[in-house]
Write a protein that binds this ligand. Structure first.
Ligand code: SF4
Length: 361
């Protein structure tokens, strides 16, 4: 993307024009969910909530990968780091997410070999350099991250790196949207769909969900003009009773998405049922390693049975991820739970709704 594009989509005059249109067209009370954590952060950073009419409520959805990772997966990461002769590699945010009794960070302070990496390829490299250790990568993320993890596994397989494995906790976005639509008590009038996930999946990945639920849906980029434009489109769809699946990010998202990335992913992974924090098990919403890649599955390698463990007492992350609460409605918000003393993942991750509220609200 050229700099010209970024400047255009941050243009204050253009943003004002869209806000004016929103104010003119918006009549109904609407609850619009930004599915993606990056959108949540961008909405707060640019003060978008404050320029919308009072009848428009923005809800943060289940699109922060660290936030939706089930407690049992966090506990599994921690359990794995206590095994003999292992190196745990992880993205930075995960290290502070509280498990049932510890965090990866605490275990590191007590001597476990836990290393923050920026890519799965860093983890593969660590495995290459430490043949006497088992190197485990904590695999979280959505459709955007999974292809790189698949590529990392293919690299390890091609190089016969046998001391590398992952604990797969990757997730798929469309099944979560369907799960929200099926949950009693959830009221959503439109989805702001994630831009970067859609770059990989393409628009067509949402067609089944849209056709089944006829919920206004707009794919959006991350600049303020992108987001305001998507909100305007969702309001217009609602006001005119013309629900549609629209792509407001055509400079990056195509109908079919990144076919190469999709092929790499499906070479290594296949959909499986997965547990999401707060939401529970969602059919075909996770990514399991295909049988031929089971030697790269840490839980199989270490013969670990992940056990369901309760989420932290009093933490409303699950309800926030479903749009049933906002962070200020959690009794622990800004009291027991702060970015320095997070109780749940939504306060840890930079993409978490609680962290965004704390920082910008
Ligand atoms: Fe959980 Fe803390 Fe957010 Fe409350 S404020 S929902 S305890 S992360």
């Amino acid at each position: 993307m050229s700099l010209k594009y970024v400047e255009e989509f941050r243009d204050g005059a253009l943003a004002k024009q869209i806000i004016k249109k929103i104010l003119a067209v918006s009549k109904k009370p609407l609850r619009l969910m930004e599915v993606c954590g990056t959108h949540t952060t961008s909405i707060f950073r640019h003060g978008i909530r404050s320029v919308l009419p009072k009848n428009i409520t923005l809800l943060s959805g289940p699109g922060c990968p660290v936030c939706v990772t089930a407690q049992k997966d966090i506990d599994t990461f921690i359990h794995l780091c206590k095994q003999d002769d292992v190196i745990i590699t992880t993205f930075g945010d995960l290290i502070r997410v509280p498990g049932s009794g510890s965090t990866l960070g605490k275990e590191k302070a007590e001597g476990a070999d836990v290393r923050v990496v920026y890519s799965v390829f860093d983890a593969v490299h660590i495995a290459r350099e430490n043949k006497d250790k088992q190197v485990i990568f904590c695999a979280v993320g959505f459709e955007t991250t999974t292809p790189t993890i698949a590529a990392g596994i293919l690299t390890a397989a091609a190089e016969h790196i046998r001391n590398f494995c992952i604990h797969p906790a990757n997730k798929l976005t469309p099944p979560a949207l369907a799960a929200l639509m099926e949950t009693d008590g959830i009221h959503i009038d439109g989805f702001i769909l994630p831009g970067h996930v859609s770059v990989i999946t393409g628009t067509h990945a949402y067609k089944d969900t849209f056709e089944k639920y006829q919920i206004p849906s707009v794919i959006a980029g991350f600049e303020p003009v992108d987001i305001l434009n998507a909100i305007l489109m969702l309001i217009e769809q609602n006001e005119h009773n013309t629900p549609g699946l629209q792509n407001a990010y055509p400079r990056a998202v195509s109908d079919l998405g990144n076919i190469k990335a999709q092929k790499i992913t499906s070479q290594v992974f296949e959909p499986c049922d997965a547990v999401w924090r707060g939401i529970g098990s969602i059919p075909s919403s996770g990514m399991a390693l295909k049988k031929e890649f089971h030697p790269f599955n840490a839980t199989k390698k270490f013969n670990i049975q992940a056990i369901d463990t309760p989420e932290p007492a009093g933490c409303a992350c699950g309800k926030i991820l479903m749009g049933l609460k906002n962070p200020t409605q959690c009794a622990l918000y800004k009291k027991k739970c702060t970015p320095m003393t997070p109780v749940g993942p939504c306060m840890v991750s930079s993409e978490g709704a609680c962290a965004a509220f704390y920082r910008y609200n």
